[in-house]
Design a protein around this ligand. Structure first.
Ligand code: VG1
Ligand code: CO
Length: 544
């Protein structure tokens, strides 16, 4: 194999965000932009010679071209085997599983997740380590430094590979294995959940369902598992063909973007269960007949009911949530006597807790939940968890949620996103908030008295690494919170996220609209941050 070392010039903007490097496709198409980043990943790693690397992506525009380039750079750098999903496809949770199952050195996942795709939209790339999870911050920091100083990269002179036929190809010392992207994952799901019970509940008509794959990666996974294996009727999976531009949509599973599913679930003759997943298959939205389950509640309900699922029947060791996620799961943990951890936003912070067995379940308010079965959040896993729960409890989604609130109280919750805010204005808002923090504790606003106002910083309990500046928190005496963060996944300007929550113990007040119940806090949040005043906007871009 002829290996060439080519000189290159560093780019200064390759800093990984919450989940890898995400930029416009046109940025990735710049001369050597992708090559630099991939070589910098390898420059940040040791000991991979003769090892295997997993490769796959969510199928968005530029996926195939990128994979061919990465194959050549990985070959030139000394990997001995590449395990690639057929067609270059792997959902993020499936990639995590495959790294673990085949004991690969690591994996490169091509995805910009919930961001839109297409020639003028977004592309992304991230590196996962041998536990199957996103590389920790100390790796991404070193990687960023390498991208700033890179001067050359290595590339093998081989022709483009056939990604579409399952099987092995040998090119000199390199083995390229093209695998069925779904098979291993489907087998894993069957080992966690009660598939017999699910088959029976579906064939008996007790569960009727609709799954919106949003023209993204979960199409083939959901079709195989829900329709082919569990016997749900053809057509259960809608928008099931992955498209390079997601059909022009925004593959983000929430009521704003999964509109077709939402309309269906609020119609009169709707199915009993509805769900959607995102671009790379790690997010989930759970709905029942005329009801939407917030991701924070979903996590709490899963924790409270985990013993009903075969894989977790012996009990769970602990739970974790990202800081802006509501405190609903904390209440479950307290009642069950389980440890509960609060981590910064992003799945990489759960890795150590999962690896050491401190926790079994974890989740984020941003439609993500998962367990120790992989090291990424997992959309279809969450869907199957809920289906298993419904089948086992023989109750509709709404009743499961209501009963949960009766037992634990309700954490009323919502998130307001202001997208594509001018960077300077966004930084000004954060500065303005920071300046207020020292004086806020003890002050009262209506019925709310500020208990603490600070910036969240996290010390990993396993390796003691410290992550600062992980969001601004204003917490009140009654447990209510207002949280502000700038997104680390956007590609245009800045996205300001405002998270609002309030606890309601009174069962008679559980059936409230969240926007209404939180209106005082919503106004207070604006008073503190002035996003409307400073941007001239009248409302958030998206409310979830
Ligand atoms: C968002 C979510 C965060 C999630 C991240 C990656 O990050 O808020 O909870 O882990 O996306 O999810 P940010 O920095 O934009 O708030 V995914 O499905 O985009 O890989
Ligand atoms: Co995602």
């Amino acid at each position: 194999m002829q290996i060439n070392t080519l000189s290159t010039t560093a780019y200064t903007d390759q800093k990984p965000g919450t989940s890898g490097l995400r930029k416009k496709v046109t940025v990735f198409q710049q001369n050597n932009y992708l090559e630099n980043f991939v070589q910098s990943i390898f420059n940040s790693l040791d000991g991979f010679q003769g090892q295997s690397l997993v490769l796959g992506g969510d199928g968005r525009y530029f996926n195939r071209e990128a994979i061919q380039i990465i194959i050549k750079i990985a070959a030139a750098n000394g990997f001995s085997e590449l395990i690639i999903g057929q067609g270059g496809l792997l959902s993020t949770p499936a990639a995590s599983h495959i790294i673990r199952k085949y004991k690969a050195f690591g994996g490169i996942i091509l995805s910009a997740s919930h961001n839109p795709g297409g020639p003028d939209d977004d592309f992304g790339i991230k590196y996962n380590v041998n536990n199957g999870g996103p590389a920790p911050e100390k790796f991404t920091d070193a990687l960023f430094e390498n991208t700033n100083s890179i001067t050359e990269y290595k590339i093998a002179e081989i022709s483009d590979l056939d990604l579409d036929n399952i099987g092995q190809q040998q090119i000199d010392d390199l083995i390229v294995t093209i695998i069925d992207p779904v098979a291993d994952y489907a087998e894993l799901m069957a080992s966690i959940f009660d598939f017999e019970l699910l088959k029976n509940s579906i064939s008996a008509g007790f569960i009727t369902l609709c799954f919106d794959a949003m023209h993204a990666i979960t199409g083939p996974y959901a079709t195989r598992i829900l329709e082919d294996i569990l016997g749900a009727p053809k057509g259960t999976v809608i928008n099931g063909i992955p498209l390079e531009d997601f059909g022009g949509g925004h593959p983000d599973p929430n009521m704003a973007h999964a509109k077709e599913l939402t309309d269906l679930m609020f119609a009169e003759d709707c199915p009993t269960f509805g769900a959607a997943s995102d671009g790379d298959g790690d997010r989930n939205m759970i709905m029942g007949a005329n009801v939407f389950v917030t991701p924070s509640d979903s996590l709490a309900i899963m924790a409270a009911n985990a013993h009903l699922i075969p894989a977790y029947a012996k009990g769970i060791s602990g739970v974790a949530r990202s800081m802006p996620t509501s405190q609903a799961v904390d209440r479950v943990a307290t009642k069950m006597g389980l440890p509960c951890f609060e981590t910064p936003t992003g799945w990489k912070y759960f890795g150590n807790l999962l690896d050491t067995g401190e926790i079994t379940l974890c989740g984020e308010e941003s439609f993500g939940s998962g367990s120790d079965h992989v090291r990424e959040k997992d959309g279809l896993w969450a869907v199957l968890f809920w289906l298993n729960l419904i089948a086992k409890r023989r109750q509709p989604v709404e009743q499961i949620v209501q009963e949960h609130w009766q037992t634990f109280g309700r954490d009323i919750y919502c998130r307001h996103d202001y997208e594509a805010v001018d960077l300077e204005i966004a930084n000004g808002i954060v500065e303005h908030l920071r300046n207020q923090l020292p004086g806020l504790a003890g002050q009262s606003f209506g019925d709310y008295t500020v208990k603490y106002a600070d910036e969240f910083s996290y010390t990993d309990p396993i390796d003691n690494s410290v992550s600062n500046n992980q969001g601004i928190r204003i917490g009140f005496e009654d447990g209510s919170r207002i949280i502000y963060r700038l997104s680390g996944t956007g590609t245009v300007g800045a996205t300001l996220r405002i998270y609002l929550e309030k606890f309601e113990a009174d069962t008679n007040k559980h059936d409230q609209d969240a926007q209404h119940a939180l209106s005082f806090l919503i106004n207070l949040a604006e008073q503190f941050c002035e996003v409307k005043k400073r941007t001239g906007r009248t409302e958030p871009t998206v409310i979830t």
